[in-house]
Write a protein that binds this ligand. Structure first.
Ligand code: SAH
Length: 375
């Protein structure tokens, strides 16, 4: 086996992706104290300093050592679009040429950043265009947190009052719980007071339902979980979210109950439900959904389907959405009907496609590749 050294490329450790624990371990190996971790987190994430020589509370010898061993490396920004509703989308190019997307969604009382966790997605949900484009690989922790680093700076540069990243959702491209360790490291950086300092209520992982990973997550992190349910029975869910064949609804709901029981504070699970006309939006579906979430502290997020070419689905008409919502509301369930944002720049849910060097060959089943996205 050839080492990377044989090829003359020694990939330096990217410090951007190290959480507090990772930094403490790195510094311990150098005989340095744990407090160095907090210093570096502050320089890199709060002060946006990427040049070690500017880190003035670190000794010259240690700065030189850091420079020798590591780097602070960000993806290249290749496209930046702002929607008429203020939503902003960035296309980032990774070192291997793959491209991922990150979206900022401003609302009156907050600004939510939607972050990608993988290049593409392996889950193949039938109504999601990311899935149709295939899958390449997991993002590194550095590539996940780099999206937050860049977005924070680019929003700050706008100098518009009220535009800030106050919430982060791992709802971009990919299934975060299939990239567990890197996602957890990135989330820890998001929540670290010496980095982005977001509270546990402001960071959400969204999953299609990877049951063992929900259990692992509950054991180690106190944070919000969103579950992409989309159907109240296994037959229908099998066809919309193929992962359901592996982890059927009863197992998924049991995992949600376990997750909630492990959280320190009162929290709820967000169940996401994309309303597809004539598929999952009947009164009967709504009533089954009510039964399913019984006993779980729940917020149901009703998402209008964002159409894309050849999806085969239609958005539920307003009337059906209202009826569905009413049935949940009457049963005492808190609901939010999500407004579609950033449609004019293809930044809405399920529209993030980036550029994926597909390894799953799925892409071929659906369409001839179009190159990249519409830049
Ligand atoms: N894999 C994770 C996170 C990414 S998807 C998950 O499944 O939760 C983020 C959300 O967008 C999910 O709820 C997903 O079901 C939804 N979504 C995907 N395609 C969509 C579309 N075309 N219209 C509306 N929502 C969509």
């Amino acid at each position: 086996m050839r080492s990377s050294q044989d090829e003359g490329v020694v990939a330096k450790l990217n410090l951007l992706g190290l959480d507090r624990q990772g930094l403490i371990a790195y510094f311990a190996a150098l005989g340095e104290k744990p407090f160095r971790a907090g210093q570096v987190l502050q320089w890199v994430h709060q002060k946006a300093v990427t040049d070690y020589q500017l880190m003035t509370n670190i000794s010259q010898a240690l700065r030189d050592q850091l420079q020798e061993d590591t780097r602070i490396h960000l993806p290249e920004l290749v496209f930046d679009a702002t929607s008429s509703d203020g939503t902003r989308k960035w296309l980032l190019q990774l070192d291997d040429g793959n491209r991922i997307e990150t979206v900022y969604i401003p609302e009156t009382d907050r600004g939510t950043l939607c972050v990608s966790s993988q290049v593409g997605c392996a889950l193949d949900c039938s109504f999601c265009s990311t899935g149709r484009r295939g899958f390449n690989r997991n993002l590194t922790a550095a590539e996940i947190i780099a999206q937050v680093w860049l977005a924070t700076r680019l929003i700050d540069e706008e100098k518009k009052p009220g535009r800030k990243v106050t919430n982060i959702v791992l709802m971009g491209m990919g299934e975060p719980l299939l990239n567990f360790d890197n996602v957890v490291a990135a989330v820890r950086i998001m929540m670290d007071d010496f980095a982005y300092g977001l509270s546990k209520r402001r960071v959400t992982i969204s999953t299609a339902g990877v049951v063992p990973a929900i259990d692992r997550l509950g054991d180690i992190l106190d944070m919000r979980l969103a579950v992409s349910l989309h159907a109240p029975d296994d037959k229908l869910r099998d066809s919309l979210v193929p992962l359901n064949r592996k982890y059927p609804i009863a197992e998924l709901m049991a995992a949600c109950r376990r997750f909630i029981s492990k959280q320190n504070t009162r929290s709820r699970i967000t169940f996401e439900y994309v309303l597809l006309d004539g598929v999952n939006d009947s009164d009967q579906h709504a009533r089954k959904l009510v039964k399913l979430v019984k006993g779980i502290p729940t917020l149901v997020n009703l998402i209008p389907f964002n159409p894309f070419p050849d999806s085969g689905y239609k958005t539920s008409p307003k009337q059906s959405v209202e009826r569905f919502n009413r049935i949940l509301f009457d049963a005492g369930i808190t609901t939010v009907v999500r407004r579609t944002r950033g449609e004019d720049i293809d930044a809405a849910c399920g529209q993030l496609i980036g550029r994926i060097e597909d390894r799953s060959r799925r892409y071929r089943r659906f369409e001839q590749p179009r190159i990249g996205m519409q830049t």
